[in-house]
Design a protein around this ligand. Structure first.
Ligand code: ZN
Length: 383
């Protein structure tokens, strides 16, 4: 019996837990909504008291194992099974732990009673987890994320039969190693190579453009400290974010990704600080939108040029040529937008994915992996 992962029986009144009764089998409550409801109803547990996707167990006391368990023979002969397989459609039938079943439990269990019971359970779990993790916490510092990521880690823990904290540990330990492998795919190409693959739309007036830049903001959970809250607050997104500078070649290959900065930083400050300017070859033309107009002097300082839409001076209308140029640059800048859209396709980075505060430290690596991977995808531009 694997006791590294705390399990407790979800049947009201049942006292089985993987610590108190380590010899008992704990059977997964199915995630299929209909079957789950049926099981909970039989156990006289209000369906609302259990979140639909949570990992829950009923202990073996509530089943006729001999008939309900597919690998029962293996279990009895070997004394252990890797994964408990129940017969499809089997239902919990035994509830000896609920002596006054008909009387005390009504179908819709009173919310206050359910709450009290949950609290008792939570306290008990917390104490036992504390006791269990105390021995191994000397050299490990595992923090289990909650919310959205939690459901993914719990899926992993189900899939590989490991604890959620262990799944989380494997993730955080390995993401940096994967990032190390993926970073070389973010290539800083020389001017000649970029020119050779220049999309047709650039060839007439914008043949010197070597990169298009934009900022990418990833929403994060509100940090605990007020200072961190202030530093990551993004006026633009109206939430706490981590901001990256991303640069792609005209044909949509990511050739630079900065490290993450608090969402409060301005675009100009970010460009100035992140080291992007050092990666530019002399004479490079950088395309950006109006928000970056203040980097013009920075670029001039290193003999590069900023290509941006003409700025609108209040009161003055743009001339016909300027409107044309604005439209033209917008249509060419679309490539970086499409690159960002590809980055956002990873569910970890999707537009409203809120990065758990314990995973923020890994975000740089995650972004690097995403950028490396999209560079391996098919070309953005149809030739
Ligand atoms: Zn039980």
């Amino acid at each position: 019996m694997d006791t590294s992962f705390y399990k407790c029986c979800a049947v009201p009144m049942c006292k089985s837990t993987s610590i108190r009764t380590p010899k008992k089998l704990f059977i997964h409550v199915p995630k299929n909504a209909q079957i789950r409801r049926k099981w909970l109803k039989l156990a006289k547990r209000h369906p609302a008291s259990l979140t639909p996707k949570s990992t829950s167990y009923f202990c073996e006391d509530h089943f006729d194992l001999q008939n309900d368990m597919e690998n029962y023979v293996q279990y009895t002969t070997m004394g252990v099974v890797g994964r408990i397989r129940m017969r499809p459609g089997c239902l919990p039938t035994k509830f000896a732990c609920q002596p006054m079943r008909a009387k005390t439990f009504t179908d819709d269990c009173r919310p206050a009673a359910a709450k009290r019971q949950r609290l008792v359970l939570i306290n008990e779990c917390e104490e036992e987890i504390k006791a269990a993790t105390f021995q191994q916490s000397e050299n490990l510092n595992i923090e289990v994320p909650n919310q959205d990521e939690d459901s993914k880690f719990s899926e992993l823990s189900d899939e590989f039969e490991i604890s959620i904290s262990y799944a989380c540990k494997i993730f955080t330990e390995n993401v940096s190693k994967i990032a190390e492998v993926m970073r070389p795919f973010i290539v800083n190409l020389d001017k000649a190579s970029i020119k050779r693959c220049l999309p047709i739309a650039y060839r007439k007036n914008y043949y010197n453009v070597t990169c298009i830049i934009d900022c990418l903001e990833i929403e994060i959970q509100t940090p605990g400290k007020a200072l961190h809250q202030a530093l990551t607050w993004s006026e633009y997104k109206k939430t706490n974010t981590i901001k990256y500078l991303i640069s792609s070649t005209p044909n949509g290959l990511v050739n630079y990704i900065s490290q993450g900065y608090g969402g409060r930083i301005s675009d100009v400050c970010l460009v100035e600080n992140c080291g992007f300017l050092n990666s530019l070859p002399i004479g490079a033309h950088v395309m950006a939108d109006r928000g970056f107009k203040h980097i013009e002097t920075l670029l001039l300082g290193i003999q590069c040029k900023l290509i941006r839409p003409p700025s609108i001076v209040s009161g003055n209308k743009l001339s016909k040529e300027e409107v044309k140029e604005t439209k033209k640059i917008a249509s060419l800048r679309i490539h970086i937008e499409r690159v960002i859209r590809r980055v956002r396709e990873f569910s970890f980075l999707k537009p409203h994915a809120c990065i758990n505060k314990y995973l923020i430290g890994r975000l740089d690596d995650v972004i690097a992996i995403a950028c490396g991977l999209i560079n391996l995808q098919n070309s953005l531009i149809n030739k």
